[in-house]
Design a protein around this ligand. Structure first.
Ligand code: P6P
Length: 335
Protein backbone atom coordinates (compact mmCIF):
# COMPACT_ATOMS: atom_id res chain seq x y z
CA UNK A 1 0.00 0.00 0.00
CA UNK A 2 1.55 3.27 -1.12
CA UNK A 3 1.79 5.76 1.72
CA UNK A 4 2.10 9.49 1.48
CA UNK A 5 5.59 10.78 2.21
CA UNK A 6 5.87 13.10 5.20
CA UNK A 7 6.86 16.08 3.07
CA UNK A 8 3.66 15.80 0.99
CA UNK A 9 1.09 17.44 3.25
CA UNK A 10 -1.89 16.86 0.96
CA UNK A 11 -5.43 17.66 2.06
CA UNK A 12 -8.38 15.74 0.66
CA UNK A 13 -9.42 18.84 -1.30
CA UNK A 14 -5.99 19.05 -2.98
CA UNK A 15 -6.11 15.32 -3.69
CA UNK A 16 -9.58 15.54 -5.20
CA UNK A 17 -8.44 18.37 -7.50
CA UNK A 18 -5.41 16.28 -8.54
CA UNK A 19 -7.79 13.37 -9.19
CA UNK A 20 -9.93 15.70 -11.31
CA UNK A 21 -6.91 16.40 -13.52
CA UNK A 22 -6.84 12.64 -14.23
CA UNK A 23 -10.40 12.95 -15.57
CA UNK A 24 -10.14 15.51 -18.38
CA UNK A 25 -13.91 15.70 -18.70
CA UNK A 26 -14.42 16.28 -14.97
CA UNK A 27 -14.99 19.77 -13.71
CA UNK A 28 -14.03 21.35 -10.40
CA UNK A 29 -17.67 21.11 -9.33
CA UNK A 30 -17.13 17.46 -8.36
CA UNK A 31 -14.37 18.56 -5.97
CA UNK A 32 -16.81 21.16 -4.63
CA UNK A 33 -19.35 18.40 -3.97
CA UNK A 34 -16.86 16.13 -2.17
CA UNK A 35 -15.74 19.05 0.00
CA UNK A 36 -19.34 19.22 1.22
CA UNK A 37 -18.94 15.68 2.51
CA UNK A 38 -15.67 16.46 4.28
CA UNK A 39 -17.30 19.48 5.94
CA UNK A 40 -20.19 17.28 7.13
CA UNK A 41 -17.70 14.67 8.39
CA UNK A 42 -15.87 17.30 10.46
CA UNK A 43 -19.14 18.44 12.05
CA UNK A 44 -20.43 14.90 12.69
CA UNK A 45 -17.16 13.69 14.20
CA UNK A 46 -17.12 16.65 16.58
CA UNK A 47 -20.57 15.62 17.84
CA UNK A 48 -19.78 11.88 17.96
CA UNK A 49 -16.62 12.50 20.02
CA UNK A 50 -18.49 14.55 22.65
CA UNK A 51 -21.88 12.81 22.45
CA UNK A 52 -22.10 11.91 26.13
CA UNK A 53 -21.35 15.51 27.09
CA UNK A 54 -23.97 16.97 24.78
CA UNK A 55 -26.89 14.83 25.89
CA UNK A 56 -27.20 13.48 22.34
CA UNK A 57 -26.82 9.82 23.17
CA UNK A 58 -29.75 7.47 23.07
CA UNK A 59 -32.96 7.37 21.10
CA UNK A 60 -34.48 10.38 19.40
CA UNK A 61 -37.98 9.16 20.19
CA UNK A 62 -38.68 8.52 16.50
CA UNK A 63 -38.35 5.63 14.07
CA UNK A 64 -36.97 5.63 10.52
CA UNK A 65 -38.55 4.09 7.44
CA UNK A 66 -37.30 0.68 8.55
CA UNK A 67 -39.04 0.98 11.89
CA UNK A 68 -35.67 1.27 13.63
CA UNK A 69 -35.43 3.60 16.61
CA UNK A 70 -33.46 6.64 15.43
CA UNK A 71 -30.60 7.63 17.68
CA UNK A 72 -30.32 11.34 18.36
CA UNK A 73 -27.02 11.31 16.50
CA UNK A 74 -28.69 9.65 13.47
CA UNK A 75 -30.99 12.64 13.18
CA UNK A 76 -28.16 15.15 13.77
CA UNK A 77 -25.89 13.43 11.24
CA UNK A 78 -28.65 13.35 8.64
CA UNK A 79 -29.43 17.05 9.14
CA UNK A 80 -25.72 17.84 8.86
CA UNK A 81 -25.34 15.94 5.57
CA UNK A 82 -28.44 17.69 4.18
CA UNK A 83 -27.14 21.14 5.20
CA UNK A 84 -23.63 20.54 3.85
CA UNK A 85 -24.71 19.00 0.55
CA UNK A 86 -28.04 20.68 -0.08
CA UNK A 87 -26.59 24.11 -0.88
CA UNK A 88 -23.68 23.11 -3.07
CA UNK A 89 -25.67 24.01 -6.16
CA UNK A 90 -24.62 20.88 -8.05
CA UNK A 91 -26.58 18.29 -6.07
CA UNK A 92 -29.96 17.55 -7.62
CA UNK A 93 -31.13 14.66 -5.41
CA UNK A 94 -30.30 13.54 -1.86
CA UNK A 95 -31.30 10.11 -0.54
CA UNK A 96 -30.64 8.90 2.99
CA UNK A 97 -31.24 5.87 5.16
CA UNK A 98 -33.02 8.30 7.48
CA UNK A 99 -35.41 9.68 4.85
CA UNK A 100 -38.43 7.70 3.60
CA UNK A 101 -38.06 9.12 0.06
CA UNK A 102 -35.29 10.69 -2.00
CA UNK A 103 -35.33 14.48 -1.79
CA UNK A 104 -35.14 16.86 -4.76
CA UNK A 105 -32.73 19.70 -3.95
CA UNK A 106 -33.95 22.97 -5.39
CA UNK A 107 -31.17 25.42 -6.06
CA UNK A 108 -31.06 28.91 -7.55
CA UNK A 109 -28.78 27.64 -10.30
CA UNK A 110 -31.35 25.14 -11.58
CA UNK A 111 -31.09 21.43 -10.99
CA UNK A 112 -27.82 19.88 -9.87
CA UNK A 113 -26.42 16.98 -11.86
CA UNK A 114 -25.32 14.80 -8.92
CA UNK A 115 -27.23 12.27 -6.83
CA UNK A 116 -25.82 11.64 -3.34
CA UNK A 117 -27.08 8.58 -1.44
CA UNK A 118 -25.86 8.08 2.09
CA UNK A 119 -26.13 6.44 5.45
CA UNK A 120 -25.35 9.41 7.69
CA UNK A 121 -24.35 7.38 10.73
CA UNK A 122 -24.05 3.65 10.19
CA UNK A 123 -23.81 1.48 13.29
CA UNK A 124 -25.38 4.20 15.41
CA UNK A 125 -26.70 1.67 17.95
CA UNK A 126 -23.04 1.23 18.96
CA UNK A 127 -22.55 4.89 19.84
CA UNK A 128 -23.71 4.56 23.44
CA UNK A 129 -20.98 1.98 24.08
CA UNK A 130 -18.25 3.96 22.31
CA UNK A 131 -17.77 1.59 19.38
CA UNK A 132 -16.61 3.01 16.03
CA UNK A 133 -19.39 4.22 13.72
CA UNK A 134 -19.31 5.71 10.25
CA UNK A 135 -20.83 7.73 7.43
CA UNK A 136 -21.14 5.96 4.04
CA UNK A 137 -21.81 7.74 0.73
CA UNK A 138 -22.39 6.89 -2.91
CA UNK A 139 -22.44 9.44 -5.75
CA UNK A 140 -24.06 9.13 -9.18
CA UNK A 141 -24.64 11.54 -12.02
CA UNK A 142 -28.31 11.97 -12.91
CA UNK A 143 -29.46 10.10 -16.00
CA UNK A 144 -32.04 12.75 -16.86
CA UNK A 145 -31.19 16.39 -17.41
CA UNK A 146 -33.04 19.60 -16.74
CA UNK A 147 -35.89 19.74 -14.22
CA UNK A 148 -36.10 16.55 -12.12
CA UNK A 149 -39.25 14.69 -13.09
CA UNK A 150 -38.20 11.05 -12.70
CA UNK A 151 -36.43 10.66 -9.32
CA UNK A 152 -36.55 6.87 -9.43
CA UNK A 153 -34.72 6.80 -12.79
CA UNK A 154 -31.96 9.08 -11.50
CA UNK A 155 -31.60 7.28 -8.16
CA UNK A 156 -32.11 3.57 -8.86
CA UNK A 157 -28.91 3.00 -10.83
CA UNK A 158 -26.69 -0.10 -10.55
CA UNK A 159 -23.49 0.23 -8.51
CA UNK A 160 -21.38 0.12 -11.67
CA UNK A 161 -22.67 3.64 -12.45
CA UNK A 162 -21.26 5.19 -9.26
CA UNK A 163 -18.82 8.01 -10.04
CA UNK A 164 -17.53 8.10 -6.46
CA UNK A 165 -18.06 6.37 -3.14
CA UNK A 166 -16.55 6.34 0.30
CA UNK A 167 -16.94 6.34 4.04
CA UNK A 168 -15.75 8.18 7.12
CA UNK A 169 -14.95 5.95 10.09
CA UNK A 170 -15.16 7.68 13.49
CA UNK A 171 -12.70 5.42 15.33
CA UNK A 172 -9.53 5.92 17.32
CA UNK A 173 -8.89 8.48 14.60
CA UNK A 174 -11.30 9.88 12.03
CA UNK A 175 -10.43 8.49 8.61
CA UNK A 176 -12.07 9.31 5.29
CA UNK A 177 -11.70 6.72 2.54
CA UNK A 178 -12.89 7.42 -0.99
CA UNK A 179 -12.60 6.40 -4.61
CA UNK A 180 -13.56 8.12 -7.86
CA UNK A 181 -12.72 4.97 -9.82
CA UNK A 182 -9.02 5.81 -9.79
CA UNK A 183 -7.83 3.84 -6.76
CA UNK A 184 -8.72 4.00 -3.07
CA UNK A 185 -7.27 6.75 -0.91
CA UNK A 186 -7.42 7.46 2.82
CA UNK A 187 -7.21 10.72 4.75
CA UNK A 188 -6.83 11.14 8.50
CA UNK A 189 -8.42 14.12 10.21
CA UNK A 190 -5.90 16.46 11.82
CA UNK A 191 -8.23 17.88 14.50
CA UNK A 192 -5.94 20.80 15.31
CA UNK A 193 -6.53 22.29 11.83
CA UNK A 194 -9.79 20.54 10.90
CA UNK A 195 -8.33 19.09 7.69
CA UNK A 196 -8.29 15.56 6.34
CA UNK A 197 -4.64 14.85 5.40
CA UNK A 198 -3.57 12.11 2.96
CA UNK A 199 -2.48 9.07 4.97
CA UNK A 200 -2.65 6.22 2.43
CA UNK A 201 -2.80 6.41 -1.38
CA UNK A 202 -3.77 3.62 -3.79
CA UNK A 203 -4.73 1.23 -0.98
CA UNK A 204 -4.61 -2.43 -2.09
CA UNK A 205 -6.57 -5.11 -0.27
CA UNK A 206 -4.36 -8.20 0.39
CA UNK A 207 -5.07 -11.06 -2.05
CA UNK A 208 -6.03 -13.19 0.92
CA UNK A 209 -6.45 -12.65 4.65
CA UNK A 210 -6.64 -14.58 7.88
CA UNK A 211 -9.82 -13.05 9.27
CA UNK A 212 -13.49 -13.68 8.71
CA UNK A 213 -16.12 -11.29 10.02
CA UNK A 214 -19.71 -12.45 10.54
CA UNK A 215 -22.37 -12.49 13.26
CA UNK A 216 -22.29 -16.25 13.90
CA UNK A 217 -25.30 -15.99 16.21
CA UNK A 218 -27.33 -16.10 12.96
CA UNK A 219 -25.40 -19.09 11.55
CA UNK A 220 -28.30 -21.57 11.67
CA UNK A 221 -30.17 -19.48 9.08
CA UNK A 222 -27.15 -19.02 6.77
CA UNK A 223 -27.17 -20.83 3.40
CA UNK A 224 -25.54 -24.26 3.88
CA UNK A 225 -22.58 -23.30 1.66
CA UNK A 226 -21.69 -20.48 4.06
CA UNK A 227 -22.13 -22.74 7.08
CA UNK A 228 -19.75 -25.23 5.45
CA UNK A 229 -17.19 -22.54 4.60
CA UNK A 230 -17.24 -21.27 8.20
CA UNK A 231 -16.75 -24.86 9.42
CA UNK A 232 -13.78 -25.26 7.05
CA UNK A 233 -12.32 -21.89 8.11
CA UNK A 234 -12.04 -23.23 11.67
CA UNK A 235 -9.91 -26.22 10.61
CA UNK A 236 -6.14 -26.48 10.90
CA UNK A 237 -5.99 -27.01 7.14
CA UNK A 238 -7.53 -23.55 6.61
CA UNK A 239 -4.88 -21.78 8.51
CA UNK A 240 -6.94 -21.41 10.75
CA UNK A 241 -8.69 -18.05 10.46
CA UNK A 242 -9.40 -15.72 13.30
CA UNK A 243 -12.84 -14.17 13.82
CA UNK A 244 -13.35 -10.44 14.22
CA UNK A 245 -16.82 -8.86 14.36
CA UNK A 246 -17.44 -5.29 15.55
CA UNK A 247 -21.05 -5.02 14.43
CA UNK A 248 -20.41 -1.73 12.66
CA UNK A 249 -20.13 -2.19 8.88
CA UNK A 250 -17.70 0.67 8.30
CA UNK A 251 -15.33 -0.55 11.03
CA UNK A 252 -15.53 -4.20 9.94
CA UNK A 253 -14.96 -3.26 6.30
CA UNK A 254 -12.13 -0.81 7.10
CA UNK A 255 -10.23 -3.64 8.78
CA UNK A 256 -11.00 -6.02 5.89
CA UNK A 257 -9.81 -3.43 3.35
CA UNK A 258 -6.49 -3.01 5.15
CA UNK A 259 -5.84 -6.56 6.41
CA UNK A 260 -7.74 -8.70 3.91
CA UNK A 261 -10.09 -11.57 4.70
CA UNK A 262 -13.86 -11.59 4.27
CA UNK A 263 -16.90 -9.83 5.77
CA UNK A 264 -20.21 -11.62 5.44
CA UNK A 265 -23.76 -10.56 6.16
CA UNK A 266 -25.80 -13.38 4.59
CA UNK A 267 -29.58 -13.75 4.70
CA UNK A 268 -30.84 -14.58 8.19
CA UNK A 269 -34.15 -15.74 9.67
CA UNK A 270 -34.89 -12.13 10.66
CA UNK A 271 -33.70 -10.65 7.35
CA UNK A 272 -34.35 -13.28 4.64
CA UNK A 273 -33.07 -10.89 1.93
CA UNK A 274 -30.09 -9.77 4.03
CA UNK A 275 -29.94 -6.87 6.50
CA UNK A 276 -27.62 -4.43 4.75
CA UNK A 277 -28.98 -1.91 2.26
CA UNK A 278 -27.84 -2.06 -1.34
CA UNK A 279 -27.82 1.64 -2.27
CA UNK A 280 -26.01 3.22 0.69
CA UNK A 281 -24.12 0.34 2.30
CA UNK A 282 -23.31 -2.52 -0.09
CA UNK A 283 -22.79 -0.49 -3.29
CA UNK A 284 -20.26 2.04 -1.93
CA UNK A 285 -18.44 -0.68 0.03
CA UNK A 286 -18.35 -2.89 -3.10
CA UNK A 287 -16.99 -0.02 -5.25
CA UNK A 288 -14.17 0.56 -2.77
CA UNK A 289 -13.45 -3.18 -2.46
CA UNK A 290 -13.19 -3.66 -6.22
CA UNK A 291 -11.07 -0.53 -6.66
CA UNK A 292 -8.67 -1.94 -4.02
CA UNK A 293 -8.40 -5.31 -5.80
CA UNK A 294 -11.02 -7.15 -3.74
CA UNK A 295 -14.55 -8.16 -4.71
CA UNK A 296 -18.15 -8.11 -3.46
CA UNK A 297 -21.10 -10.40 -4.13
CA UNK A 298 -24.59 -11.06 -2.84
CA UNK A 299 -23.86 -14.78 -3.10
CA UNK A 300 -25.14 -15.16 -6.64
CA UNK A 301 -24.08 -11.98 -8.46
CA UNK A 302 -21.70 -9.04 -8.20
CA UNK A 303 -23.11 -6.36 -5.90
CA UNK A 304 -22.23 -3.65 -8.40
CA UNK A 305 -24.21 -5.35 -11.16
CA UNK A 306 -27.47 -5.47 -9.19
CA UNK A 307 -30.28 -3.38 -10.66
CA UNK A 308 -32.01 -1.78 -7.65
CA UNK A 309 -35.82 -1.90 -7.46
CA UNK A 310 -36.22 0.41 -4.47
CA UNK A 311 -34.15 2.92 -2.50
CA UNK A 312 -34.07 0.99 0.78
CA UNK A 313 -33.83 -2.56 -0.56
CA UNK A 314 -31.62 -4.96 1.34
CA UNK A 315 -29.05 -7.45 0.06
CA UNK A 316 -26.83 -10.21 1.39
CA UNK A 317 -23.18 -9.06 1.29
CA UNK A 318 -19.96 -11.06 0.97
CA UNK A 319 -17.03 -8.67 0.53
CA UNK A 320 -13.26 -8.88 0.91
CA UNK A 321 -10.14 -10.46 -0.57
CA UNK A 322 -10.69 -12.17 -3.91
CA UNK A 323 -9.44 -15.53 -2.59
CA UNK A 324 -11.82 -15.70 0.34
CA UNK A 325 -14.87 -14.33 -1.47
CA UNK A 326 -14.37 -16.69 -4.43
CA UNK A 327 -13.96 -19.61 -2.01
CA UNK A 328 -17.21 -18.73 -0.22
CA UNK A 329 -19.00 -18.43 -3.59
CA UNK A 330 -17.63 -21.82 -4.58
CA UNK A 331 -18.99 -23.38 -1.38
CA UNK A 332 -22.33 -21.70 -2.07
CA UNK A 333 -22.41 -23.13 -5.60
CA UNK A 334 -21.77 -26.62 -4.22
CA UNK A 335 -24.51 -26.10 -1.60
P1 P6P B 1 -26.02 -7.25 13.56
C1 P6P B 1 -25.40 -1.55 12.11
O1 P6P B 1 -26.66 -1.56 12.72
C2 P6P B 1 -25.49 -2.35 10.83
O2 P6P B 1 -26.41 -1.78 9.96
C3 P6P B 1 -24.12 -2.45 10.19
O3 P6P B 1 -23.32 -1.35 10.47
C4 P6P B 1 -23.56 -3.72 10.79
O4 P6P B 1 -22.65 -4.38 9.93
C5 P6P B 1 -24.80 -4.57 11.02
O5 P6P B 1 -25.90 -3.69 11.15
C6 P6P B 1 -24.68 -5.39 12.28
O6 P6P B 1 -25.86 -6.18 12.36
O7 P6P B 1 -27.31 -7.96 13.22
O8 P6P B 1 -24.83 -8.19 13.48
O9 P6P B 1 -26.06 -6.46 14.84
Amino acid sequence: MARSSDDRLITVQQHIIEQQRAHPTATGEFSWLLSGITLAACIIQAKVRRAALLDILGGAGSANVHGEIQQKLDVLANETMERCLGFRGNVGILASEELDEAKIVSSPTGTGKYVVIYDPLDGSSNIDVNVSVGTIFSIFERITSGPITDVKRDVLQPGTKQIAAGYVVYGSSTVMCYTTGNGVHMFTLEPSIGSFMLSAENVCMPERGKTYSVNEANADAFPSGIQKWLKWAKTKEAGPYTARYIGSLVADFHRTLLRGGVFLYPRTAKDPTGKLRLMYEANPIAFLAEQAGGTASDGTQSILEKQPESLHERTPLIVGSKREVEQVLDYLKRG
